[in-house]
Design a protein around this ligand. Structure first.
Ligand code: GLN
Length: 477
């Protein structure tokens, strides 16, 4: 597949844009979209159609409709991050990824719903209501990039951007039956992304196919003077037409998968592994001895960073201000504004994060978490001494019901058990649909590769995808 496959063939960019806008309107009941950027989209599409053919042909995403998660700034568009705090925030500048999409000829058609400040695994923490999973409207699309996942799964657009701090691209991709790619930390600029956990956050593509994800990542990737954590990493290759898993050494952390994984999920993943073996890959047991501590480690690091990042929303510098009369002095104005602007989960995390960073507890919690983070990273380094990729389910279950876990944050946090390690260690990881469970809900296979080995990761994923064949869409199985 070449980049051309991403473009609407035989139609103008304007026609493709109109089709996407109409499809977005059709799937409004999913609540996947917070803002339709129709004026911006139409202007972009018209401009692309007006280009000379030769120039348009040079643009890798010419005329491709794309949706972006609403925690990514696009100049002149409302950017809420799913929070009442930013209900009326209109971004005065473009995120670097938006600039790069624009330069590649993409047409941004919508800003997608998400958990508030990207905190959640079910999209139920959005101040603008939950998103519904197109496979079953009573179920969650996953989170926090649930709107992007649902919109791509519905077929309204083929490509969306999400952000992944602890799994928010991969887990909704898994729940929605699409591909989700979290790049290596530093591969993609975070400039213009509403910050959650700065040492964990990465923006990445959510698409129908692995090669599409590769093409979009190629547009997004590369150093950015506006984000000092981006690096001039070796470029990667998007998989060509002929890829194979022959000789690929696939690590499987059997001990980690021994408990807590739904039977159907386990069975689909085993089938995927068998398919890879049939294609010439070999399976190897790998030990990730510290993976069991990944969830507590993640929720200490992420909340600590979130508490610092969210301090800026004080109703003065940024964000919602409580109405006059509800406070008496500066401190009570901050308190009133933040109480009104933030939802329960965000408040819970700010409290936890502030606590673990406080003078008396820093060593016991935050420092300890950073140490375990290093051990988790070393586990992977050791595993990659003898395997090329590590394979496991993306999530322990398929899409759960809306409302099922909202009352129990700890249960909700467990949905991230297989995804957070890649963020703690900075590694690239991808979720590829690998089957349906007994209820007809999609299962995701997660592959993880060494840092900056996106070439290897995408090739393995594409070869698996080719062997698997086409994957059904919701309602069309
Ligand atoms: N579910 C995780 C959390 O709530 C991951 C979120 C994310 O990746 N943005 O923190």
């Amino acid at each position: 597949m070449s980049p051309i496959d991403l473009r609407p063939t035989g139609t103008s960019s304007e026609a493709a844009c109109e089709r996407a806008l109409a499809a977005i309107a059709d799937v409004a009941p999913l609540n996947a979209v917070l803002t339709v950027t129709d004026a911006r989209a139409r202007a972009a599409a018209t401009a692309i159609d007006a280009l000379p053919d030769a120039e348009r042909a040079r643009l890798p995403l010419a005329g491709v409709p794309i949706a972006i998660k609403d925690n990514i700034c696009a100049r002149g568009t409302r950017t809420t991050a799913g929070s009442r705090m930013l209900d009326r925030f209109v971004a005065p500048y473009d995120a670097t990824v938006v600039q790069r999409l624009d330069a590649a000829g993409a047409v941004i058609v919508a800003k997608t719903n998400c958990d508030e400040f990207a905190m959640g695994s079910s999209n139920e923490n959005s101040a603008f209501g939950p998103v519904r999973n197109p496979w079953d409207h009573a179920r969650t699309p996953g989170g926090s990039s649930g709107g992007s996942g649902a919109l791509v799964a519905s077929g309204a657009v083929d490509i969306a951007l999400g952000s992944d701090t602890g799994g928010s691209i991969r887990q909704p991709a898994s729940f929605c039956g699409i591909v989700g790619l979290k790049p290596t930390y530093g591969r993609v600029s975070r400039y213009g992304l509403v910050a959650y956990g700065s040492s964990l956050d990465q923006i990445g593509p959510m698409t129908r196919t692995v090669r599409q994800a590769g093409h979009v990542l190629a547009v997004l990737a590369g150093p950015d003077p506006l984000d000092a954590t981006t690096v001039a990493a070796p470029p990667f290759e998007v998989p060509g037409a002929e890829v194979s898993v022959r000789g690929l050494r696939v690590g499987v952390p059997r001990a980690l998968l021994a408990s807590g994984v739904a039977e159907d999920v386990q069975a689909s993943v085993e089938q995927a592994l068998a398919l890879m073996v049939a294609g010439g890959a070999t399976l190897h047991d790998v030990e990730l001895p510290h993976a069991a501590h990944a969830i507590p480690t993640y929720y200490l690091v992420a909340t600590a960073e979130a508490s610092a990042n969210l301090a800026r929303y004080d109703g003065v510098r940024f964000g919602h201000r409580a109405p006059a009369g509800t406070f008496t002095d500066l401190a009570s104005m901050y308190a009133a504004s933040r109480t009104e602007g933030f939802g329960d989960e965000v408040i819970r995390r700010i409290l936890l994060g502030t606590y673990v960073l406080s003078a008396g507890y820093y060593d016991a919690y935050y420092r300890k978490a950073q140490q375990v983070r290093t051990l988790i990273t070393r586990d992977y380094e050791q595993a990659f001494a003898s395997v090329d990729v590590v394979a496991m389910p993306t999530a322990p279950t398929t899409a759960f019901r809306l409302g099922e876990k909202v009352e129990d944050p700890l249960q909700m946090y467990l949905a991230d058990v297989f995804t957070v390690s890649a963020n703690l260690s900075g590694l690239p990881a991808i979720s590829v649909p690998c089957g349906l469970d007994g209820q007809g809900l999609p299962v995701g296979l997660q592959l993880t590769a060494p840092a900056f080995a996106e070439t290897q990761l995408l090739q393995a994923a594409a070869a698996y995808e080719d062997a698997r064949g086409s994957f059904p869409m919701p309602g069309r199985a």
